[in-house]
Design a binder for this molecule. Structure first.
Ligand code: UDP
Length: 240
């Protein structure tokens, strides 16, 4: 079942259920597509962008990454079961995939990042097959799609930042010979060790966004949409 938060439908599932559904897709047991993890900023963009909203709502799994989404759903009177940070979801999925020798292709981030991430993922998850890497700065989709299809991975990580990665996955899903894709923003930077996640205590308190803002103050321009999102949710609740 999906829960609507300002026009975006989120899967109301636990982290374990999300990983199991994705693993079945990676094994080819269920028809799939791609996974998205929208935060309030992306929900806000969807209000004025039909194409982006359709790209997100058409996803195989729509997972609530930010604490803002969890509060939004709660304020609307339809709470979600769990917050599912994209990086935790993908780490758990890669661990499952490693047990059965599944393959992953890493696409996105600056040149060299996907390769560094590949080394660390291979070390952390012995058994996983890294079937290719490609950076996220390109002008033509064609050669990238060709490279991915030649590798035909079970899973493709698309880390181009939001909303670019969601639009890219929706546009190319039918052209790609992969079982599942996941759009995961800066995850390759984290796997590569270039970006540190917030300490566990901050994560537990749902303050990862604040940690990130302190580390990257330029994100304030994007995060300014958060109060607008909260206000829109409150107004929607008041209006019933
Ligand atoms: N990126 C990319 N191609 C682009 C723009 C961005 O590969 O044209 C990468 C960028 O290098 C970074 C990631 O996308 O690794 C965006 O990370 P961010 O944490 O900002 O993700 P978001 O919060 O937008 O999901």
């Amino acid at each position: 079942m999906r829960i609507d938060v300002l026009g975006v439908g989120f899967d109301n599932i636990t982290a374990d259920e999300a990983v199991s559904a994705a693993y079945s897709a990676v094994c080819g047991e269920t028809p799939s597509g791609y996974v998205v993890t929208p935060n309030p900023e992306i929900i806000w963009l969807c209000r004025d962008d039909d194409r982006l909203r359709a790209a997100i709502n058409d996803a195989f799994l729509v997972l609530p990454d930010g604490i803002g989404v969890i509060y939004g759903a709660k304020i609307l009177g339809t709470p979600l079961k769990a917050r599912i940070p994209g990086i935790d979801f993908i780490s758990a999925l890669l661990a499952r995939m490693a047990e059965s020798g599944k393959s992953v292709f890493l696409f996105g981030s600056k040149p060299g990042v996907a390769e560094a991430a590949a080394e660390n993922i291979a070390a952390a998850h012995p058994g996983i097959v890294i079937s290719g890497t490609c950076d996220g700065y390109f002008t033509d989709d064609g050669p990238i799609i060709q490279k991915i299809n030649d590798a035909s991975p079970d899973l493709l990580l698309v880390c181009l930042g939001a909303p670019k990665q969601e639009l890219w996955m929706a546009e190319n899903v039918s052209k790609l010979n992969v079982r599942l894709m996941a759009g995961l923003g800066g995850s390759l930077d984290v796997f590569a060790g270039n970006v540190k996640r917030a300490p566990k205590a901050w994560q537990r308190l749902g303050l990862e966004w604040l940690y990130r803002l302190i580390k990257e103050p330029r994100r304030i321009k994007r995060m300014i949409k958060l109060p607008l999102f909260v206000l829109a949710v409150i107004m929607k609740r008041i209006r019933g």
